[in-house]
Design a binder for this molecule. Structure first.
Ligand code: ATP
Ligand code: MG
Length: 428
């Protein structure tokens, strides 16, 4: 084996980290449901063109970040770098366009070949929502409100700022693009190599650059505002009105562009200052051109995606898992009784930890390590007397309880009612 290290940019989610991730995704899923978004799950890999066409041949994702390979049948496959294209592909291949508006929630791993750092991985996880088939600004307002609400319930909204911008309609954007091209052409010597390439295809992308010099040249670029059509201007005004009506604070940021080519009108990010350069926790916007670009009818859409790792770093410690009961057999004859007692308690909703070997002290240390609330001690004498000992592991107090266990009885005949009552009293 070459190495026992995980591949660079990937990480194991040990139980504590997994619990933080689950706190993020389950909170988001539950709130998304309140807003009418149903969960969808698309494959982790797709034909490469599902991503390369809509995301754009000039984007960082397509030029540098995709995990692409030829499979054994000769097809060109890519691990999904994001999920919007996959959801739209599903909408088209499953014939869902008749039933718009569609409201979907997703959660799962994404893959990008990036330089790993805090909050930036090669396999990372996103939650996200897509609202397909609604052109009205109310749709933008609702999905932003949904993001705001999720951050609020996760306890991080107060440490984030919502930044809002418009990318306008295609006509405004075309006019702006020309103005930008002229600006950047005039200062081409100051641009990074990447941005010179962006300049040819999509100069707006230069705003998205993390290069210092690119950022400086971007500072005095012409403002989009001067090129917005009245329709685009009106759309933005209605989104702003809606947010204000809901009491959702935001900041306009005319330099905010989304990395992907298919965005129109609303672009937004929830940003925190707590994660350095990886401060964007939710990014999203309207993508009215995407469905058509992917071979479907003309159909608007709006959505966002959030990085679970970044959110998991920000949230407070999630509630601790349920404390188990440690079932501790003492002596070989007690082992099978322990298995049965553990199983019956679990059927009644107790979390039960059963060690498999070791003497009493060792098993009690394990009970301590798993933070057990109580131990059920089963010795051979106790079995003979038809009792087990229940030890309160917080107070140390110990009592015998009628076990109700007669070996050989059908499981359905055993309710262990006294034991359960005693344990329940400890948990209440
Ligand atoms: P960035 O500017 O940080 O590269 P992006 O514009 O590439 O972000 P999106 O494609 O909009 O990000 O993805 C939405 C969210 O997914 C991001 O705001 C971030 O929280 C998360 N995300 C994106 N790339 C990564 C990554 N490589 N590792 C961890 N999280 C990521
Ligand atoms: Mg990126």
């Amino acid at each position: 084996m070459r190495s026992l290290q995980p591949v660079r940019g990937t990480q194991d989610l040990l139980p504590d980290a997994a619990r933080r991730h689950r706190q993020v995704s389950e909170t988001a899923r539950a709130i998304a449901e309140l807003y009418g978004f149903a969960e969808i799950e698309t494959p982790i890999f797709e034909f490469t063109e599902v991503f390369s066409r809509p995301i754009g041949e000039t984007s960082d994702i397509v030029t540098k970040e995709m995990y692409t390979f030829i499979d054994r049948g000769g097809d060109e496959i890519t691990l999904r770098p994001e999920n919007t294209a996959g959801v739209v592909r599903a909408v088209l291949s499953d014939g869902l366009v008749q039933t718009v508006p569609l409201k979907f929630f997703y959660s799962g791993p994404m893959f990008r070949y990036e330089r790993p750092q805090k909050g930036r991985l090669r396999q990372f996880h996103q939650i996200g929502v897509e609202l397909i088939g609604a052109a009205q600004p109310q749709a933008d307002i609702e999905i932003i409100a949904l993001g705001d609400r999720i951050l609020d319930v996760l306890g991080v909204r107060g440490r984030t700022v919502l930044e809002l911008n418009t990318l306008g309609d295609p006509e405004s954007r075309a006019a702006y693009r020309e103005a930008l091209r002229a600006h950047f052409l005039g200062r081409i010597s100051e641009l990074s190599e990447d941005s010179r390439r962006r300049l040819e295809r999509n100069p707006l992308r230069i705003f998205d650059s993390k290069d210092e010099s690119d950022r400086r040249v971007s500072l005095d670029a012409p403002a989009f505002d001067d090129y917005l059509s009245s329709g685009s201007r009106d759309f933005l005004a209605r989104v702003r009105d809606g947010l204000e009506g809901l009491g959702i604070p935001y900041r306009l940021n005319s330099r905010l562009v989304r990395g992907l080519d298919y965005y129109t009108h609303t672009a937004f990010e929830f940003v925190t200052t707590e994660l350095g350069a990886q401060g964007t926790v939710i990014g999203g916007g309207r993508y009215d051109g995407l469905v058509e670009m992917m071979g479907g009818p003309e159909m608007p859409g709006v959505g966002w995606a959030a990085g679970i790792e970044r959110l998991a770093m920000l949230i407070p410690e999630p509630p601790a898992p349920k404390r188990p009961v440690a079932v501790v057999p003492i002596g070989a004859a007690a082992e099978s009784a322990a298995l049965i007692i553990a199983e019956v308690l679990r059927h009644h909703g107790f979390a039960v930890d059963l060690g498999y070997s070791g003497n009493l002290p060792r098993r009690m240390r394990r009970a301590d390590r798993v933070n057990a609330r109580a131990a059920v001690l089963i010795g051979e004498n106790e079995i003979a007397r038809g009792v087990v000992a229940v030890r309160d592991l917080d107070s140390g107090e110990q009592n015998d309880v009628v076990s109700g266990l007669e070996l050989g009885m059908e499981r359905t005949d055993m309710s262990l009612s006294e034991l359960r009552a005693r344990l329940r009293a400890l948990y209440d």
